[in-house]
Design a protein. Structure first.
Lengths: 100, 501
């Protein structure tokens, strides 16, 4: 497995929506590389033909009757929101300026 | 603090519950004693992020009224409890140790909290933790570290260091923890307390802010095995609001704790969870406990789980992968911190700025690790391979449980280390959970209980008992037998030796 570069870390930060500082990028590039090198040895035993486990107990669809139940209290939910307007969550602009 | 209060705070939860039930002491008095203790020592321990004194006294008063009216009370009615700040509690700040949720008041109760309330227990407040439960020292809390009551310069373990420290400091007789890779058991080990990670699906995850959904499990923290069993019985059981909740009767953990018997039981020593990396003082106390178990009539056998050597590697791919997905919800839109909403920044810029400001170093590290492990081109090599190792670990457990009824190991390789010692050395920090992680990957259950103080530094050592899925009662059967033998030897529980704060 290959080493992780600073550019890759910058790309990951973008994908993960983290506006990392230059110092953080340097620091994480080094640390993520060390961590990835140390976990890479799992490939010694993870041979073909071994089924993957995604969940410790076999999960099947769990159904319930379609009966309406009270939801969360609107006032409480909005009270915890960073910004609201007209009984809705207010969010920043969604489109980039050139798209707008 | 009065001498009556000083006496109350040292009582086991089972004794407090009986005294409240018999009217010998009121829940208000018990609650006041614990609140006074928190006021006295928490400035130094910092186990709590939020103390809900007023609500606690109100609940205690209602329980006292209920008792006087002759109503039926639950097994722990009127007993105070501390709750890890990763479980939602309606109207009470739930931060998960993160800036990104600072001041967030959830509009609903987690099922665990709802069950505590339904059992008439008195919630004292929310306890400190590593941010979103990522850590083994509680140093990754955005609100500052918790200090170990055995030595305030040392870590109380993590991520549930606040819950464990609240018990060791006699601020609460019981606490709730959550365990994704050892966050209940490792803090229990380093604070001389008892902690149980129930079988995955044994306790509802509804309202437990998710770190890694396939690994997370809430469980009881206590100062004795019986107290843990009583709390386990209150919080466990099927919940239709968690689709991974097991729809089967809860194992009778209270009866098992009352019985405490290992005669004829096969106890497996896991070869891979010992030796290199484990402090001599930890191994010494562990080996002495093994001899005690043998003396009590258990048959001790050695078992090998060869793939456990790969558990840490698999865990540090699976956990960050799930965490990076789960933490994507913290985008500053519907709740939590929002930064840079100045009218010019786009929604994506605001998300990136908010997450950068709101998450701490370890959270960012794991989010990026998970983003990498799940990204195109690396998914098969990392996440896919890790999932196969998970299968191998489960198979190792299955094979071992044909030779032994329970498995044991030291809970953690070392005793409590100094605050600051490993905080920016992720690999050294991750090694703390080397013995606890396999259980989370396989989904079975485990307990840590104190087996003495390391001769090297006088700090607590924990022993881990592991049982098959839904055989949680075996943890209590063995734990209780060992605890009784140790208590006979010492003349008291180990926690009685904690220095006065």
């Amino acid at each position: 497995m290959t080493a992780i570069t600073r550019e890759e870390v910058a790309h990951l930060a973008k994908l993960a929506r983290l506006d990392l500082s230059a110092t953080e990028l340097d620091h994480y590039a080094e640390q993520l590389d060390v961590i990835l090198q140390s976990v890479a040895r799992i490939s010694e035993v993870a041979a073909d033909g071994i089924p993957p486990t995604s969940h410790p107990v076999p999960v099947e669809n769990v159904f319930r009757d379609d009966i309406a139940k009270p939801g969360l209290d609107r006032a409480e939910v909005f009270a915890a929101a960073p910004a609201t307007e007209d009984d809705r969550f207010r969010v920043p602009r969604i489109l980039d300026e050139e798209e707008a | 603090m009065s001498s009556a209060d000083a006496d109350l705070i040292r009582q086991p939860a089972s004794v407090l519950a009986a005294a409240i039930c018999d009217g010998e002491v009121s829940s208000v008095e018990v609650t006041q004693a614990h609140l006074a203790r928190i006021a006295e020592v928490d400035g130094r321990v910092h186990a709590f992020l939020e103390v809900t004194a007023e609500a606690a006294l109100e609940t205690a008063h209602l329980v006292d009224e209920k008792r006087k009216s002759g109503a039926n009370l639950g097994v722990l009615a009127g007993v105070p409890i501390a709750v890890k700040d990763v479980l939602t509690m309606r109207g009470v700040p739930t931060t998960c140790g993160s800036r990104i949720l600072e001041g967030w008041r959830p509009p609903y109760d987690s099922t665990v909290v709802a069950r505590l309330r339904a059992a008439d227990m008195v919630i004292l407040g929310k306890t400190n933790m590593d941010e979103f439960a990522m850590g083994s020292s509680t140093e990754h809390s955005a609100y500052g570290p918790t200090h170990n009551p055995w030595d305030l310069e040392r870590i109380p373990g993590g991520s549930g260091g606040g819950s464990a420290a609240s018990l060791a400091a006699f601020e609460a007789p019981l606490a709730i923890g959550t365990d994704t890779g050892g966050s209940i058991r490792q803090p229990a080990a380093v604070t001389g307390t008892v902690g149980v990670k129930p079988t995955y699906g044994g306790v509802s995850r509804y309202g437990l802010v998710a770190l890694a959904s396939s690994l997370d499990q809430a469980g009881p923290c206590a100062r004795s095995v019986m107290d843990a069993a009583l709390l386990h019985s209150v919080i466990a059981g099927h919940d239709p609001r968690d689709s991974t909740s097991i729809d089967a009767p809860v194992p009778d953990v209270v009866a098992a704790a009352a019985r405490g018997d290992v005669r004829g039981l096969r106890i497996g020593l896991v070869k891979e969870l010992s030796g290199d990396g484990y402090q001599p003082g930890v191994l010494q106390r562990f080996n002495e406990a093994v001899e005690i178990l043998q003396g009590l009539g258990a048959k001790v056998v050695e078992v090998s789980c060869p793939n456990f050597d790969y558990a840490l590697g698999a865990y540090y791919l699976i956990l960050p992968s799930e965490a990076s997905s789960n933490l994507a919800r913290f985008d500053g839109m519907r709740y939590g911190l929002r930064v840079g909403d100045d009218g010019s920044n786009s929604v994506e810029q605001v998300m990136s700025l908010s997450r950068e400001a709101g998450f701490g170093a370890e959270a960012k590290r794991r989010i990026m690790l998970g983003t990498y492990a799940l990204s195109s081109g690396y998914y098969d090599a990392y996440y896919g391979q890790a999932q196969k190792v998970r299968t191998l670990i489960t198979r190792d457990f299955t094979a071992a449980f044909t030779k032994a009824d329970v498995l044991i190991s030291p809970t953690a390789p070392t005793t409590a280390f100094k605050i600051g010692e490993k905080v920016d050395d992720p690999l050294a920090m991750y090694l703390n959970d080397i013995a606890t992680i396999p259980v989370n990957l396989a989904g079975n259950c485990a307990m840590s209980l104190p087996v003495g103080l390391s001769p090297a530094d006088g700090l607590p050592v924990g022993l881990q008992i592991m049982a098959p899925p839904m055989a949680d009662d075996r943890l209590y059967l063995v734990g209780s037998a060992l605890e009784s033998a140790l208590t006979d030897k010492w003349g008291h529980l180990l926690i009685e030796e904690v220095p006065n704060l």
